[in-house]
Ligand binder design. Sequence first.
Ligand code: ATP
Ligand code: MG
Length: 354
Amino acid sequence: MAEFTAAVQLIFTIIIGMYFFMRLRNESGNEKAAVQDGKREAERINRMRHISLTEPLTEAARPTEMSGIIGQDNGVRALKAALCGKNPQHVLIYGPPGVGKTAAARLALEEAKKSPSTPFAKNAKFIEADATIMRFDERSIADPLIGSVHDPIYQGAGAFGDAGIPQPKEGAVSKAHGGVLFIDEIGELPPVQLNRLLKVLEDRKVYFESAYYSENNKKIPTYIHDIFQNGLPADFRMIGATTKSPNDIPEAIRSRCVEVFFNELNRSDIIKILENARVMIGLALADGVIEYIADYARNGRDSVKILQTLSNTVSLDGRYIAELKDAEWVIKTGHYTKNDAKIIDISFVKTKNN
Ligand SMILES: Nc1ncnc2c1ncn2[C@@H]1O[C@H](COP(=O)(O)OP(=O)(O)OP(=O)(O)O)[C@@H](O)[C@H]1O
Ligand SMILES: [Mg+2]
């Protein structure tokens, strides 16, 4: 009997031993696989970093100085007055598409830094946020504009998650602290986020809340206690740009901003933009090409886009000079309509509706 019990015990011991042995082997196999996967992925990302295309011509033609913004003398002057003095203010830039709103906003902070009385430091940051891709997230798990708290329940495994520590993540408003936050297409910002933004403009800091936060939790690092108790700094000047009309923008935001208006560009502005862009992208044009394009380009963006296609077409043919026939081909294949024709069209529609 004793021998039988010993034999059964031995068999069980062997089975349990094998079980743990297999498990250990599996785990170390998984770890090895994870390390190998990680290495492969790191190598792939590294290879991606080594691939780069040439700078798009539209980037090359982007104005690099305020003086390169054509046909917006009043708008640019108002923008400078609002932002470049010793008391910079929040700004809203209104205007039709493609007339230089984004281009001017991107140059505004550097322009302000040139002024001796500016409060912006030399290293003050310009942060861009695009309102068209900001979605309101009810649980505030991720809010790239205002910031959010990563609660342990969402963090899962990891030092902070395991220790039950809520982790504040700064948003664009805090990244822009001391500098300029540019919100492109601000008219598209969801109303709830607009209200949160207004609160930040008022407080100049962001307050975070979390059910996982406790003042008495000793595991929480001091800097996180500081953020929860005193808020995260977010003192910046905002520039918002929109194609909407002032009536479509909430009064609450309008009343806190200086309103600046960019106008439609006229033919001679378009010709100047084409001439500057031609030099910047290094394209030789036959006589009359610029004037011909100006008949079709509705705004600055169109002008640069047409030049870019023209430049690519000519270089594909191994030529250096764009002829009038090349421009005619680009306009025809791009289905551009003549600017005069559009004016006639609009009056026609108006007459019809009346
Ligand atoms: N007034 C201008 N002076 C010089 N270049 C201009 C001007 N307007 C437009 N451009 C050219 O067109 C490009 C696009 O313009 P920009 O992005 O500033 O337009 P926008 O007014 O912001 O339009 P949207 O409302 O569609 O965003 C610029 O990078 C620049 O190359
Ligand atoms: Mg823009």
